[in-house]
Design a protein around this ligand. Structure first.
Ligand code: XMP
Length: 329
């Protein structure tokens, strides 16, 4: 409506007034809605003095890098450098099984990579970038700390991985947070009027540490990540085909690092299991497991065992939050 168009004009003006005519701005794109809308807005205001980086940490979903890069480049014409850091991340994660340790390693590695990107850019430009764009939303600003003793990092702490604290002091980057007064549905509306594809704006949330929190234990062992990607893709496509994607807060597959016996054809198998997780929620703080149709589940189970080598069993997670969390780690 007219209201969000006014917000857009207002935001563009603020960005133009803030960023000097020779200033350059950097932004880390996660592939999520918030950073994408924030970058699109800044790009509209200052053009190619915005420089974005998208980091492939080796923990992304099936074809995720290709898909988001296509949206960035073809739909949004954003200037994006795609950094393939798969090897760096996975070598650091080798043998690591403790969930919080995995998160910390991923967060630190991200800082290193983004830091190197910023310094390379400085060399190329012959001057330091002046600003860093972040997709902070209003709820992130007002959100309180995670419950004491929960041992979990919540979104505000998590986003600090991506913020100025992780960059070298000599950069002295100032923050631009153009979404910090908006709620999620307003961000989607703002994205829509700037031409961000609606299917992109409706994507389920995805955690920063990626598939690492969906492979309990060592993520680098065997081809766990590939097995998980294939099963997850089948699950998500089936959900989209059934027309229920928008009724679900989050849906994903989880790799079960446990070998069980099965029989496929006339072969005895000793393979892994996949758990399916789908929840409804308002804000991710509490969640209910989603009631699928039995026929849908039966077909899905058959497909996953037939199509994903190394899987002979499919489980359904029927736990709400609390007592469980949405992710498995
Ligand atoms: P949990 O598993 O705590 O997840 O019930 C709640 C919501 O937060 C997401 N999540 C994360 N997001 N970094 C993120 O950016 C993280 O480390 C992280 N852990 C959980 C989760 O996907 C869900 O939407």
């Amino acid at each position: 409506g007219w209201k969000m168009e006014d917000v857009l004009e207002e935001e563009l003006k603020i960005i133009k007034d803030t960023v000097g005519p020779d200033d350059h701005v950097i932004c880390a794109l996660s592939g999520g809605v918030d950073s994408t809308v924030a970058a699109t807005l800044v790009h509209k205001a200052i053009g190619d003095r915005l420089h974005c980086a998208f980091v492939d940490n080796g923990l992304l979903r099936f074809k995720e890098r290709e898909r988001v890069m296509e949206t960035f480049e073809k739909d949004l014409h954003l200037p994006v450098t795609c950094i393939d850091a798969t090897e760096q991340f996975l070598s650091k994660l080798k043998g690591v099984t403790e969930p919080e340790k995995k998160r910390k390693i991923i967060g630190n590695e991200f800082i290193c990579i983004f830091d190197a990107y910023a310094h390379d850019l400085e060399k190329k430009l012959g001057k330091k970038p002046a600003y860093l764009v972040q997709g902070t939303l209003y709820p992130d600003v007002i959100e309180s700390c995670p419950p004491p003793g929960s041992g979990r990092t919540h979104s505000h702490t998590i986003k600090s991985h991506h913020n100025v604290g992780g960059l070298p002091k000599d950069m002295k980057l100032k923050l631009i947070e153009p979404l910090k007064l908006l709620f999620k549905d307003e961000v989607r509306e703002l994205g829509r009027i700037m031409g961000v594809p609606v299917s992109f704006l409706k994507r389920h949330p995805f955690p920063g540490p990626g598939l690492a929190v969906r492979v309990p234990g060592d993520v680098t062992e065997g081809n766990r990540l590939d097995i998980l990607r294939k099963a997850d893709e089948i699950f998500i496509q089936a959900i989209k085909d059934a027309g229920i994607y928008d009724s679900i807060w989050q849906a994903f597959a989880v790799f079960m690092p446990v070998l069980t016996v099965g029989v496929q054809g006339d072969q005895r198998t000793h393979s892994y299991a996949i758990a399916l997780r789908a929840v409804t929620s308002q804000d991710g703080m509490t969640a209910d497991w989603y009631y699928f149709d039995y026929k849908f589940l039966a077909d899905l189970s058959t497909r996953i065992c037939n199509e994903v080598q190394g899987v002979n069993r499919v489980l359904l997670d029927i736990t709400s939050k609390p007592p469980a969390t949405i992710e498995w780690e």
